[in-house]
Design a binder for this molecule. Structure first.
Ligand code: 4NP
Length: 146
């Protein structure tokens, strides 16, 4: 799960998908394309929204997406088109490129394909991000478990 800072959107996507899959069979992680927040915990508003839904993301630590992630992961979900383009710019070959997806393309009921960045917003923006990621991760988890 990849966003810009790895403190608002991707930590939520990481925690939500992880909560829907078995740790024995799947490894879920998140990263940011930028280096601004490396080593930080998720934004307190993401922690609060996740906690209110029974998901603890407070132990996550922000890191930057690196080229080696293409070898460590089978699927790389970007939160928006800018994240998607930044990830693709690090791809070394066609196999790397095929792993990168826009997360909301998995959800046919959402037409705007960007997970809105809630960083400059308020709690209701974080709640909306949680809702669309929860709905989308449910679809992703069902597909992975077939
Ligand atoms: P995120 O949100 O990409 O969902 O983690 C942001 C976090 C920090 C900044 C921008 C977006 N920033 O400019 O520091």
């Amino acid at each position: 799960m990849v966003c810009l800072g790895n403190i608002c959107r991707s930590p939520l996507a990481h925690g939500i998908l992880e909560s829907k899959l078995s740790n024995d069979h799947f490894f879920v992680d998140s990263a940011g394309t930028a280096s601004y927040h490396i080593g930080e915990k998720p934004d307190h508003r993401s922690i609060t929204v996740a906690k209110s839904k029974g998901i603890d993301i407070s132990k996550q630590k922000a890191r930057q997406f690196i080229e080696a992630d293409f070898d460590r992961f089978d699927i790389i979900y970007a939160m928006d088109k800018s994240n998607y383009d930044n990830i693709l710019s690090l791809a070394q070959n066609e196999e790397d490129k095929r792993k990168v997806r826009l997360i909301l393309n998995e959800n046919p009921s959402i037409t705007n394909k960007a997970v809105p960045d809630p960083y400059w917003g308020n709690m209701s923006d974080f709640e909306y991000v949680f809702e669309i990621l929860d709905e989308t991760c449910e679809i992703i988890a069902k597909k992975l478990l077939i």
